[in-house]
Design a protein around this ligand. Sequence first.
Ligand SMILES: Cc1cc2nc3c(=O)[nH]c(=O)nc-3n(C[C@H](O)[C@H](O)[C@H](O)COP(=O)(O)OP(=O)(O)OC[C@H]3O[C@@H](n4cnc5c(N)ncnc54)[C@H](O)[C@@H]3O)c2cc1C
Length: 245
Amino acid sequence: MGLWVTKQLRDISDIVYVGQIESFKHVATTDDWIEIGAGVSVDRAYAELVKVYPEFEETHQRFASLPIRNAGTLGGNVANGSPIGDSMPGLIALNARVVLQSVDGLREMALENLYIAYQKKDMRDNEFVAAIHVPTRAGQRAKLQFRAYKLSKRFDSDISAVYAAFSFIAAGDASREPRLCFGGMAATPKRAAHAEAILADAQWHEATAQAAMIALGKDISRSSTCARAATTASIPPRVCCIASG
Ligand SMILES: Cc1cc2nc3c(=O)[nH]c(=O)nc-3n(C[C@H](O)[C@H](O)[C@H](O)COP(=O)(O)OP(=O)(O)OC[C@H]3O[C@@H](n4cnc5c(N)ncnc54)[C@H](O)[C@@H]3O)c2cc1C
């Protein structure tokens, strides 16, 4: 919201500050799930995630800056749902779920299904994000391979140009249940379905990786990148394509 004021010069009317609601700030870890309340700060949320997924350490260090990591929440990042937000691709690659709450009760869904289109979410007017559930490495997921990469112009205090997160379960030489998710490449955080189809149950060797990289071209194209840039920056896609060569 700070950026709406400082960059877009929006006049924000009444604000409800939810930063002191204690029940929003819980973290609970079971064998199967890490539950992170929507009001948990980005810094604390990543500190908890890193205990199970040390692969998130770099994201933890590079998400905005320390003051923002302490003031901003994981729930706010997820609810805002910016296509260049840092947390969604990693959480979606890990098969995280989001819990929505309203006076009618709780509703839970795969996080990727929350994002319908640019700034359009499957969230009703009376709903808010209550928590995020991230599966642990229990059972079959003990063999989960996970990587998360933030690409930006500066090491820290910079929003992602692209965020890429990959996971699969290693079964012998085969990769099971691959999940590839990108931020900054479309109007919403986007899974790479074609590349995932190549990797699913495939033997893990060079040819598979090459085929997956080619398939990635069907998932993510220059036009989708330009469309995303245009939607975020309000520039017509054609102008954006010309500008980016
Ligand atoms: C200088 C600066 C640097 C930043 N750098 C990064 C960065 O590197 N990576 C990144 O991803 N983001 C970055 N951000 C954006 C922002 O700080 C994060 O997205 C943060 O996680 C937002 O959390 P918040 O609690 O401050 O949400 P807010 O900004 O308060 O809210 C964002 C939106 O989500 C809604 N919302 C908040 N919580 C909920 C909820 N529980 N349920 C429903 N709706 C909700 C609000 O109404 C609002 O519409 C940066 C921001 C600034 C100002």
